[in-house]
Ligand binder design. Structure first.
Ligand SMILES: C[S@@+](CC[C@H](N)C(=O)[O-])C[C@H]1O[C@@H](n2cnc3c(N)ncnc32)[C@H](O)[C@@H]1O
Length: 649
């Protein structure tokens, strides 16, 4: 680690600054300082054993508290919701760049002051059980936030973050690093939380990631960057200097001279402007630098090769090594800088060389707010070594997990939504077939599946639709399609293709029922949706066993066969799957002809049914109406003013 104002200060693998060199946080003297804090933190004994190569489906607060041991993680990257007060949907079927109609609510970035936020606030400001790991500075900072933003949505967000950051610091090893990814919405408050928790002297960098080039901002500058706060904990932390590679264009432009042995080089200056006395101003091999107003200046890389000799001796040595280029007719010699010796430019705290995931990028999963693997790769390689444990408690579609796996690190990922689980599972299975990883926290038996249905209905739908290998549908999309209030009977789709030459896949409509009260009318309703949407088949997915009457009704709707795939075979038009079936090892999955194409790049064909067509028609009329120029109002006509302009978009 080299010196400099922005170099790591608190315990990196380079020289550790003495306390005198760092600015003390004003509160630190009165509260738990870094060392005392570590002692206290270690005393908090929790009977936990962390396991890695594991992805947890659940709230990271519970997962960290119940399953991640103290001082067990080398690096934490977190990319929490930014408090944008938005709902993010995951778009399916966009891998080939085609927009899909099917989307699922992935996660909410919407915070409200309420009992849960108040409890998180209380746990930080008046800690009871976890007193030993909550520094007083953090409590004071959160209280200060309440004074500025009493009982607000922002305070709810910051309380939720504070209570989780406490656990992150607990599980981080001494010498570990934490990178918090955020944007300017709440970044300044988050930094204060981190300073209060880790101590200001453990702050290392504010990395600016230029994530996009253009963003129009009406009445303000276009926001084009995210911020990543980098903190370390305790003693010497891992620091592997990262360097930037060179573009081919640059290499071809400058490193183009051939040495005759295939090695390409650039001719670097051996002199600098200004006359000097002594060795560096003396003539060498008939060339006098003083005569042209210059002096000998050995480039840094060349100096490393020849050591600490006098200038003229160093020039002799370089010539002996064949590193001097002699131009014709007594002109000034130059230094041969070989392409193969290039080390690359040291990475600084502005990262403008990593593009965000674009709409047709191969890496794209359709998960909102997905970050590029290159970004995570840089962080992971800088602050961890092979075999280290990387934790991402807000891991979404698992970019950190993928980068960690590629770099040979152990990892723990956590996300609260099942959409994230299904995307990550597919991502890992595609990129690392056969990788022995575990997913924990999903329903593992009938009872836990029913509990999920009772406690988190949306999540149960996502889980059960994924379990039968279908695509979940967002409530908004479902409402738009069915127009029958909240439960329109379409909770997901399963696509299959019986003919590889056919332009589109067939659709099986999936409808989920979480309650105990089931009746044959539900089968009739499903058949109605299947017919209305011109789908091929339908399946009812239930948390409780279906009645005999339901099975009879389903059978009565008959079956169908495919002309191109296994022509003799017949498939039930309406099927029923209960959670008992899902946990029965004999259950073989839903029945349909041909391969399941739900998770391929083709967009699900949701636009055929009359309800969808009507919804689209309404939307088109609405857009047309909105863009029509308004008729000039009487007053405007009187004054001879032009009609208001049509609105764009
Ligand atoms: C900004 S996204 C992360 C994106 C991720 N870095 C990627 O590349 O895909 C934030 C994620 O945090 C998850 N999340 C929100 N609250 C959570 C909680 N309490 N526990 C676990 N995950 C949570 C959301 O479901 C969402 O997937």
């Amino acid at each position: 680690v080299s010196g400099g104002p922005s170099e790591p200060r608190c315990g990196t693998s380079g020289p550790v600054c003495s306390a005198a060199e760092v600015t003390e946080s004003p509160n630190e003297a009165t509260t738990i300082g870094a060392e005392k804090w570590d002692d206290v933190g270690q005393k908090a004994t929790l009977p936990l054993v962390s396991e890695s190569q594991v992805f947890w489906y659940g709230d990271n607060l519970t997962v960290m508290r119940e399953h991640v041991a103290d001082n067990s993680v080398d690096l934490i990257y977190l990319d929490p919701p930014f408090n944008s007060q938005r709902i993010y949907n995951r778009f399916f079927g966009e891998l080939d760049g085609t927009e899909s109609d099917a989307q699922r609510r992935a996660f909410d970035d919407y915070w409200q002051w309420g009992p849960e936020a108040a409890e998180a606030f209380r746990e930080v400001v008046h800690p009871r059980e976890r007193r030993s790991i909550v520094p007083a500075t953090l409590s004071q900072t959160l209280e200060m936030f309440r004074a500025i933003h009493p009982d607000s949505n922002l305070l709810a967000y910051l309380s939720m973050m504070a209570v989780r950051l406490i656990e992150m610091r607990r599980v981080l090893k001494n010498g570990g690093a934490l990178y918090l990814h955020c944007d300017p919405t709440a970044g300044h408050y988050l930094k204060l939380l981190l300073d209060s928790l880790f101590g200001a002297k453990c702050f290392q960098n504010e990395v600016i990631w230029k994530r996009t080039t253009a963003h129009s901002g009406t009445g303000r500058f276009g926001p084009i960057h995210d911020t990543i706060f980098y903190y370390t904990k305790g003693e010497a932390s891992t620091w592997n200097q990262q360097r930037l590679g060179y573009t081919q264009e640059y290499l071809d432009k400058y490193y183009k001279f051939d040495d005759g042995d295939g090695r390409l080089y650039w001719r670097d200056n051996l002199t600098a402007s200004g006359v000097r006395r002594g060795d560096s101003g003396a003539p060498w091999r008939g060339v006098d630098p003083t005569a042209i107003g210059r002096h000998w200046a050995i480039p840094k890389a060349a100096r490393r090769a020849v050591g600490n000799r006098s200038t003229l001796e160093a020039l002799d040595e370089l010539d002996k090594l064949g590193r001097i280029y002699w131009p014709p007719a007594g002109r000034v010699p130059q230094y041969k800088s070989y392409r193969e010796d290039l080390q690359g430019k040291v990475v600084s705290d502005i990262w403008d060389d990593i593009d965000r995931i674009n709409s047709v990028g191969l890496e794209r999963t359709g998960y909102p707010t997905q970050k590029p693997v290159a970004l995570l790769d840089r962080i992971i390689r800088t602050s961890s070594n092979e075999g280290d444990v990387v934790l991402d408690p807000f891991c979404g579609c698992g970019t950190a997990v993928v980068a960690a796996q590629r770099a040979g690190r152990n990892w723990i990922g956590v996300d609260i939504t099942h959409v994230a689980v299904s995307v990550l599972r597919r991502r890992l299975d595609t990129e690392f077939p056969g990788l022995p990883y575990r997913v924990r926290g999903e329903p593992e038996d009938v009872a836990s599946a029913r509990r999920l249905a009772a406690e988190r209905w949306d999540e149960f739908q996502a889980w059960i639709v994924d379990k039968v290998s279908g695509l979940p549908l967002s409530p908004t999309e479902e409402k738009k399609v069915a127009k029958k209030g909240k439960d329109g009977g379409i909770d997901g789709l399963l696509l299959f293709r019986d003919d590889p030459k056919a332009p589109r896949s067939h659709r099986m409509i999936l409808s989920v029922k979480g309650g105990e009260q089931l009746n044959p009318g539900m089968i009739d309703a499903l058949f109605g949706v299947v017919s209305r949407e011109n789908a091929t088949a339908g399946a009812l997915l239930t948390a409780y066993p279906p009645t005999a009457g339901m099975r009879k009704t389903a059978l009565a709707y008959g079956d169908y066969a495919s002309e191109s795939f296994d022509p003799g075979k017949r498939y039930p038009k309406i099927q029923i799957v209960s959670v008992e079936d899902l946990f029965d090892p004999k259950w073989r999955g839903l029945l349909f002809p041909g391969p399941n194409t739900s998770h391929r790049s083709e967009p699900p064909a949701m636009t055929k049914g009359p309800a969808v067509a009507k919804a689209e028609e309404d939307l088109a009329t609405f857009v047309l109406k909105a863009s029509e120029p308004k008729k000039p109002k009487a007053k405007q006509q009187k004054l001879g003013l032009p009609a208001p302009k049509a609105r764009k978009g």
